[in-house]
Ligand binder design. Structure first.
Ligand SMILES: C[S@@+](CC[C@H](N)C(=O)[O-])C[C@H]1O[C@@H](n2cnc3c(N)ncnc32)[C@H](O)[C@@H]1O
Length: 280
């Protein structure tokens, strides 16, 4: 069934986001993206992957402000369509490319990117598996920076059910230590959380971001009028986060792919074996 012909109530969370074309559907919204980019200090010569790029707001912003080359991938065709439109309208199509792809199985060679960024996608997926895929496509010394929702206290079973009803089954924010462990398990070093924050009492990111983004504003009034379930659905998600915000925070989970050990000819066979044993 075409997403357009589905009722709002029947759309899963990703279909809803894609149908709206929302640009910053992650905790903290675009403000958090800007804080994180300030920390990351992306360079113009770096080649960047935005994994789960949605409608491409962050990727296009990076291309416009830094001038780096960037590829955004998303599993939802409607998101990719909107991201391409955004890149064209914002005049950055020569720097940004958007492709339909699954982050579990990225269509890129090993050691390809300098930086992988992700914003609120691993919370829905198998963390170690996807981080291992990021590790594979990153060059040695390449960085990963992933903005994710963090659990601040154990979530009672009834609230977990409500959370999954809002954001999809399998939605699983982790405590900070577990996020960092997942990145370490995938082989990353220098693993830290940056810009940790508590969820603010500003309702739903979706509702807030809706007001700002041109991709959304276009057609939104029409959508709200023609799809009476839309506002109720958005309010349901906003209400859940507002009532239970004490359980949630967010932050940038960062790590670096280590440098491989030098070849045996350079260091001598015995030292090489020792280095390989200690290298991940
Ligand atoms: C909460 S949205 C965040 C989008 C964007 N990063 C942002 O911050 O606005 C999650 C995105 O991940 C995409 N996604 C979910 N599973 C994916 C997968 N396995 N591979 C690629 N993208 C995926 C969804 O289609 C959606 O666009």
């Amino acid at each position: 069934m075409l997403v357009e012909s589905k009722k709002v109530e029947e759309m899963n969370y990703f279909e809803l986001l894609a149908w709206l074309g929302i640009g910053s559907s992650h905790p903290g919204g675009f403000r958090a993206t800007q804080q994180n980019l300030d920390y990351m200090q992306v360079k113009s010569e770096e080649y960047v992957l935005d994994a789960g790029c949605g409608s491409g707001l962050t990727a296009c912003h990076l291309a416009k402000t830094i001038g780096c080359k960037i590829i955004g991938v998303d599993i939802n065709p409607q998101m990719i369509e909107k991201a391409c439109l955004r890149a064209e309208k914002e005049g950055v199509s020569h720097l940004v490319e958007f492709r339909l792809a699954d982050v579990n199985n990225l269509p890129f060679a090993d050691n390809h990117f300098d930086l992988v960024i992700a914003e609120s996608i691993l919370v829905f997926l198998d963390k170690v598996k996807v981080y291992q895929e990021f590790y594979r496509v990153l060059k040695p010394e390449g960085r990963v920076a992933d903005l994710e929702m963090v659990l601040l206290a154990e979530l009672p079973a009834n609230l977990r059910m409500q959370m999954e009803a809002c954001f999809g089954s399998g939605t699983n924010p982790l405590p900070v230590e577990e996020w960092l462990n997942a990145l370490t398990q995938a082989g990353f070093q220098d693993v830290v959380i940056k810009n940790p924050q508590r969820m603010k009492n500003n309702g739903n990111v979706i509702l807030n971001e809706l007001k700002k983004d041109w991709v959304l504003i276009k057609g939104l009034t029409e959508k709200a009028a023609n799809f009476p379930g839309l506002i109720t659905r958005l309010q349901k998600n906003a209400g859940f986060m507002k009532r239970n915000r004490g359980y949630f925070g967010f932050g940038l989970i960062c790590g670096r792919k280590p440098t491989p050990p030098p070849s045996p000819e350079k260091v001598g066979f015995k030292d090489w074996v020792l280095q390989v044993l200690h290298w991940k």
